[in-house]
Design a protein around this ligand. Structure first.
Ligand code: PMP
Ligand code: GLN
Length: 421
């Protein structure tokens, strides 16, 4: 992707790489000449803004969450909740997280010792990886993977190993044999993600049981990213912490951004056994200490509301179908997602005719060809990995946009399917 900021002057010969370079490299953002790119999401959103293209790249809603939640935040500001919140998070939000986990999944969580409020799921994930892994450890993720998972592993100096999700008639499915083969005795942590960005897969009980068996066999910690827990389309979301023997080795991460359409508020959390939460808190308190004081009580109120996420999932199902139909009409082969904001579409049938090599080239040209922005699957893979090769022709589109925006995008994309004269 674009190299925007050559930093070679910071790099003294012979010094080796600093942590920021390991971080950028892990996320595929470091060039051979020492230059570094911004994330694919930032790059593509800027691209959309510059070209006026419809942004189906970065996943954020174009309609805010409920008015009553906004009013709760405004009230909290007016009532003076504007100084540091407790490092663990305000008590009513920790209680709301525990209640939510009990109500939805039957998990018993102590709000005083087993919950940590964080600056979005991103901080929860990164602080967990930093707190509990070190150079020499192996950390396993699915591949493709959300970029911050790889970046956090790079930051900690651990070694990133992956198990692929493979496209098929039932969506993207975990290659269980590859998972077992990837899990060496050095495995320290599995960073899981279900519902999964970017494939839209919702892991089945059998797939989760396979992950759990590997974690137990290797005595590994599981950090599970469940930010899309409520955004499923008929598939059941099963937290891995509910599987036998898993609560004691699992940190469950989620966030209000996706569930309540306030991605900019960055109120996230994790819960798990008190000793693991203490480890993560120890790191987190020196990253941000605390953030979002007036937003925390507002999200505490929202977390008691199951209607808002249910309604969002229902309209998202329709929006998924609308975008999938548009993509199919345009000549993509669509792998219908069971959850999340995203659909993976295979452009194999279009690339040759458009004279393009792969999904990366397609995404670079899509604003000009169709006035739409998408993200190549390669951005979620390690450069040159077997999964990157297998998904070279795939691109990710988001459908967390208003119907009229998706209809307009479908109309524009339909032009791609028209034979060139
Ligand atoms: N995990 C996944 C899988 C995501 O897609 C995202 C993007 N929202 C995040 C984590 C980050 O969440 P937050 O904005 O709460 O930090
Ligand atoms: N989670 C969002 C996505 O996958 C992006 C968040 C970000 O820009 N880091 O599109």
């Amino acid at each position: 992707m674009a190299i925007v900021d050559p930093m070679s002057s910071l790099h003294s010969p012979g010094r080796g790489r600093d942590r920021w370079q390991d971080t950028a490299s892990a996320a595929g953002l470091l060039a051979d000449d020492g230059g570094v790119a911004v994330t694919i999401f930032a790059e593509m959103s800027a691209f959309a803004a510059r070209t006026g293209a419809i942004n189906l790249g970065q996943g954020f809603p174009d309609v805010d969450g409920p008015e009553y939640v906004k009013q709760a935040a405004i009230r909290a500001i007016e009532e003076g909740r504007n100084q540091y919140a407790p490092g663990d998070g305000v008590p009513e939000l920790r209680r709301a997280v525990a209640d939510h986990q009990k109500r939805h999944y039957g998990l018993d969580v102590d709000p005083d010792t087993e919950v940590l409020v964080t600056t979005g799921a991103t901080e929860a994930l990164t602080a967990s990886v930093l707190a509990l892994t070190r150079p020499g450890d192996e950390v396993l993720t699915l591949e493709p993977f959300y970029d911050s998972h790889a970046a956090a592993i790079g930051m900690s100096g651990a070694t990133h190993v992956t198990a692929p999700l493979v496209p098929g008639p039932d969506g993207f499915r975990l290659d269980v044999a590859a998972l077992r083969a990837a899990a060496s005795p050095r495995l320290r942590m599995i960073v899981l993600n279900s519902p999964h960005n970017p494939t839209g897969a919702v892991l089945t009980r059998d797939e989760l049981a396979a992950v759990a068996a590997v974690a137990q066999e290797r005595d590994a910690i599981v950090v599970t990213d469940e930010v899309y827990e409520h955004l499923t389309f008929g598939a059941e979301h099963i937290p891995i912490a509910t599987l036998p023997g898993m609560a004691e080795r699992t940190l469950t991460v989620s966030s209000s951004g996706k569930t309540f359409s306030f991605t900019g508020w960055k109120i996230g959390w994790l819960h798990g056994p008190a000793d693991l939460v203490t480890a993560v808190r120890t790191v987190k308190q020196f990253l941000t200490y605390t953030s979002g004081a007036p937003f925390q009580p507002a999200i505490a109120q929202a977390l008691a509301d199951d209607d808002t996420p249910r309604a969002l999932a229902a309209t998202l199902t329709e929006r998924r179908d609308l975008l999938c139909a548009g993509l199919e009409a345009a000549g993509f082969t669509v792998n219908r997602p069971a959850g999340t904001y995203f659909v993976m579409a295979d452009a194999s049938n279009l690339l040759g005719r458009l004279g393009l090599r792969d999904g990366v080239e397609l995404c670079r040209r899509l604003p000009e060809l169709a006035g739409v922005v998408a993200i190549p699957a390669a951005a979620f893979c390690r450069a040159g990995s077997p999964t990157a090769k297998a998904l070279a022709s795939h691109v990710r589109f988001t459908f967390i946009k208003r119907d009229e925006v998706l209809r307009e995008a479908a109309t524009r994309l339909a032009g791609l399917g028209v034979p060139l004269s």
